[in-house]
Write a protein that binds this ligand. Structure first.
Ligand code: NAD
Length: 275
């Protein structure tokens, strides 16, 4: 994001701002807004220039109503970010999404860009290229909460006109570190670019896209993201030699290579007692 561009928003809200992706976005979103309101339940440090720090738990309905007041658009990165006990997922990813969208409805927020996950469709086989219109096939209770979030976003678009972009993020890390990420990696610069396009593209309705770089091995048809103006600049292929030298080759029945959700498809239920 070039700092010379005119700032498009008066106030943007970033949730999950203390998390891995929130930390990346916190550095870049000020280019788009006069004020960036950052929120999390984890410590956020001192407010920076043109920033407001507003701690809030996603499970707190009244707090979320306050958090979304006087905001033009939301980048929602907050939530439980992997498989976990259902009670924790329910609190942050189900109640939290509901409170966020209710706050947006009551406060007239125009658009939400939020982190869904590839684990909403993780049980598709890797041999099949899918686009973002196929039915969801969650691979974990975590993925199930992301599928719920996508349905919630569609409902609030259809019924209340709130625009939303659901980002089915693949694997967003500084660099790919295993063989699955040769297909699913999203670089930090491409994340920032995708969020920027999702905030600025006109008339998105509710759009579901994949958050993935221009990886040669990708099994996702990401034309919906192209339509937003997303032009990823990175490709996991650049790391293939490094990854193949440092990670074992697995057989065709291993969940890592069988399903798009990789090892999440083989995780035990998080509420089961360990043997
Ligand atoms: N990093 C990836 O590769 C990836 C892939 C797919 C989806 N995602 C999604 O992107 C989002 C950000 O991912 P991340 O890697 O930065 O995760 P993260 O765990 O580093 O950050 C999530 C943040 O949400 C906050 N949070 C959790 N529960 C909360 C609650 N009840 N109230 C307020 N804040 C709460 C946490 O404190 C944390 O700072 C998550 O929703 C995650 O599911 C990430």
């Amino acid at each position: 994001m070039s700092p010379s561009k005119p700032r498009r928003f008066r106030r943007l809200l970033l949730t999950g701002a203390a998390g891995a992706l929130g930390t990346v976005l916190r550095d870049h979103l000020p280019a788009l807004a006069d004020v960036l309101r950052v929120s999390d339940r984890a410590p956020l440090g001192e407010a920076r220039d043109r920033e407001e720090v507003v701690p809030c738990d996603l499970g707190d309905a009244a707090g979320m109503l306050d958090l979304t007041r006087d905001v033009d658009a939301v980048v929602h990165m907050g939530g439980v970010s992997g498989e976990n006990r259902f009670a924790d997922l329910h609190h942050a990813n189900i109640l939290g999404m509901y409170h966020l969208f209710e706050g947006c409805r009551k406060n007239g927020v125009a658009r939400v860009v939020w982190a869904s996950s590839n684990h909403a469709i993780g049980f598709y086989p890797r041999t099949r290229t899918i686009d973002a219109t196929v039915p969801q096939r969650p691979d974990t209770a975590y993925g199930l909460t992301k599928a719920f979030g996508e349905d919630l976003a569609q409902y609030y678009q259809d019924k209340y006109g709130i625009e939303a972009v659901s980002l089915r993020i693949g694997s967003c890390f500084p660099k790919p570190v295993d063989r699955r990420m040769l297909a699913t990696w999203l670089s930090y610069p491409d994340l920032v670019h995708l969020v920027e396009r999702s905030l600025l593209a006109p008339a998105v309705g509710h759009t579901v896209v994949f958050g993935v770089s221009a990886n040669q091995e990708s099994f996702w048809d990401n034309r919906a993201a192209s339509a937003l103006g997303f032009r990823p600049g990175d490709n996991a292929e650049d790391y293939r030699a490094e990854i193949e030298a440092s990670t074992p080759l697995v057989g065709p029945d291993d969940p890592l290579v069988r399903y798009q959700g990789g090892q999440f498809t083989a995780m035990p239920h998080a509420d089961d007692e360990p043997d």
